[in-house]
Design a protein around this ligand. Structure first.
Ligand code: I24
Ligand code: DGL
Length: 269
């Protein structure tokens, strides 16, 4: 496998682009291959078995493209399928939950950490387990915020309605004495200003996706598979199970680039 091979990213939709944005900044030599299952998004409310099946379908697609590493940019898919993927794949597999947990443990002073995510992520207790294994004395408060993804996806994430729904959703977290809150969902970084405002400046917010790119960087070095700089423009490729046009519009706006290549893929047999 060549060091110039792409890194594969999968997500339930476009939310994983929050991880890609950080990857482009921190790893400018790496070629990105991204698959978002937009047609079947959201994964958050789905049964585990379905999340497993959908995630494997995405993985099989990307493996055909000769990726050198796989990043599960979706918190819900990481929570439910990461261990199995790591056990079965021959390439390094990185999820978003361990890097997010590690970053939270690094900054907390009172060992009292909150975690917010989709219903699937919270039910799995994957963050809770990761935090407790590393630091048994840490107190962890989990909270599902099922309304937050729809706020972002309806492009309302800067509105007064969003402010109200964020306050309502986070109310159970407000008086728990946490000093650190993990944003355990791809979409929540877009709500960061509203979440920070509601929780107060004293609470540290952890962006799991952004933290994950640090781990990717470390693993590229550890396995000696980091790409080297060339004169060629990198050929990032994006794939979606939904509308390539809508995917392209969102990705160009979010990544602040033009001429993004997006192809439609059909996953279910
Ligand atoms: N943000 C997200 N998903 C959407 C959206 C959005 N529509 C507007 N914005 N739609 O996720 C999801 C369903 N679509 C996906 C594409 O195919 C059709 C169905 C968050 C993205 C985070 C990178 C708001 C918006 C935007 C551009 C950039 C960022 C953003 F339009 F939040
Ligand atoms: N990508 C998902 C996550 O990070 C959020 C959207 C969904 O529910 O599919 O958990």
């Amino acid at each position: 496998m060549s060091n110039q091979a792409p890194i594969g990213f999968i997500d339930s939709g476009v939310g994983g682009l929050t991880v890609v944005k950080e990857a482009r900044r921190q790893l400018p030599n790496e070629t990105i291959l991204y698959l978002g299952d937009t047609a079947r998004c959201p994964y958050g409310p789905r049964p585990n078995e379905q999340i497993r099946q959908y995630t494997w379908e995405m993985v099989h697609f990307l493996l055909q493209k000769k990726i050198k590493m796989l990043v599960i940019a979706c918190n819900t898919a990481t929570a439910i399928v990461l261990e199995e993927l790591k056990a079965k794949l021959a390439i390094p597999v990185v999820g978003v939950i361990l890097p997010g947990s590690r970053a939270a443990l690094k900054v907390t002073k009172n060992n009292h950490i909150g975690v917010i995510g989709t219903v699937g992520t919270v039910k799995s207790a994957a963050y809770l387990k990761a935090l407790k294994v590393k630091s048994p004395q840490t107190v962890v408060e989990q909270l599902a915020c099922p309304k937050f993804v729809p706020i972002v996806e309806s492009n309302e994430y800067r509105s007064a309605i969003a402010k109200m729904l964020v306050a309502e959703g986070l109310a159970p977290m407000k008086n728990k004495q946490i000093d650190t809150l993990v944003l355990g969902c791809t979409h929540y970084p877009l709500l960061k200003p509203l979440i920070q405002n509601y929780m107060g400046e004293s609470v540290n917010l952890i962006d799991s996706g952004a933290e994950t790119v640090g781990e990717v960087s470390m693993l590229l070095d550890y396995f000696e598979i980091a790409a080297i700089s060339t004169n060629k423009k990198l050929a990032h490729q994006f794939f979606t199970t939904g509308s390539p046009k809508l995917f392209r519009e969102i990705s160009e706006e979010w990544l602040e680039v033009e001429g993004v290549t997006v192809e439609k893929v059909y996953l279910e047999e």
